[in-house]
Design a protein around this ligand. Sequence first.
Ligand code: B12
Ligand code: SF4
Length: 450
Amino acid sequence: MKVLLLSPNTLQVPYPVYPLGLDYVAGAIAAQHQVQRYDLNSGNLEELATVLASWQPEVIGLACRNIDNTEAGAPDYFLDQLSQLVSWLRGRSQAVLVCGGSGFTIMPEAILALLRVDYGIIGEGERFSLLLTALEQGEDPALIPGVLAPGAPAQLAPPWDGQRRRVLATPEQRAFYVQQGGMLNLQSKRGCSFRCIYCPYPHIEGRSHRLVSPEEVAATALALQQAGARYLFFTDSAFNSDLRHSIKVARALRTSRLALPWGAFFAPLRLARSDAGYFKLMAEAGCCHVEFGTESLSPSMLRNYRKPFTPDDVFAAHAAAKAAGLHVAHYFLLGGPGESATTVQQSLERIEQLPQAAFFFFIGIRIYPGTELYEIAVQEGQISQNTNLLQPVFYRTNAIDRDQIEAMVLQQAAGRINWLVGSGGKTAANLVQRMHARGRVGPLWEHLAR
Ligand code: B12
Ligand code: SF4
């Protein structure tokens, strides 16, 4: 069959992101099929129309990474655009349309119905290969666990235990990312075993860790270097959620001849005495950006969120990362259950004890189905089982509203450029774009750190 894999994500905030998921979907498609990739970041609709007319794909795999930007203060919603793209594709192609991706997996039934595509794949897109076989053999793809069809009940699938193979996009498609910041991405594992109350990641990737062998991670990193990358980002939900594995991965990277800097999300977990050199090892392995998912520095809020660390652990992790010479950013998530002016003030005052870092404040927590926050919001009457959550709904705490929290953040920030509300929006993204155009690589928030 002729299969076109399409990445429609052209969001430039905080910077354009290489569509890694499609590498795995492409890697799962059996050799008897013909596969082409199309990325709207490196292409455009006129050219895509020509591909559709001349090549006539029989199946189109449509990636749905982002539903919205999860920023309550500056909301952006992407599914209307995606829906228009589906109509545009239907007008030019008879292909079977199959949607998948992290955004899709969060609310598969609702997105399938909105987009009116033929099938959806919940979770790991490696199952695309099974769907193609079913189509080819005239069987019903909806019988495959993890494959969703209109009107059929969603059957969740266990984590994919088959091969996970990556096929990179073409050099022309990669050039877009290589030239704008030089960033390509990779995984050292899938899954997160923590249970933070608001987080959909375990639902997207699974609760059990599925580890990539350290040698394979290093080989992939070297292959990306060869493919032109000048910076790597580990897309793991939390790079250190399996501490032992992250140590083995760092050692493998250190002994490989990888010459690229890299960054990742880390949880500011308590380190055992024996792991005192953890961040030093990360630095030796090429790590230069540590993005901590800190969320709060109020002990009660960390408990309410079920974060696996305390404020003291955050200070210790911060100090260790800085001592290792790493750039550090902390992400905060304010406004969850139990937040009040007192807990916000606690967080803001304690941030002053985190020197030389950038701080991103996400104020208002998006409610996702399948999370504990969802249950809390239903119990509190903020939403019902029937509320449409595609259009983002943010949790409201009685004791303080979003505007008050933002005012407190801005007051404490007192104009400091390293305190950003949300991702910094288009202003920050434009700045990053200009620096990328001048040849700078990576996420670049270190230039804000004070
Ligand atoms: C890493 C990450 C980032 C990094 C990316 C860095 C980089 N260079 O790659 C950074 C920090 C930059 C980032 C930014 C943003 N992110 Co982000 N990010 C993630 C994260 C943790 C992993 C994504 C990833 O690459 N996974 C690894 C790949 C292999 O997995 P995958 O893409 O899911 O692909 C698999 C399946 O989904 C499926 N699949 C994928 N595509 C397709 C296509 C088809 C046809 C099929 C069948 C299957 C399929 O198969 C793949 C293999 O199994 C996810 C959360 C998560 N755990 O998924 C959030 C996530 C994707 N991000 C999200 C958001 C909102 C954003 C931002 C908009 C935030 C902001 N305001 O700035 C921006 C948007 C950036 C952009 N330009 O698009 C949301 C999207 C949901 C939503 N509400 O819309 C997520 C889900 C987190 C969340 N809040 O729940 N992000
Ligand atoms: S550690 Fe991070 S990825 Fe894991 S559940 Fe908590 S917030 Fe989500």
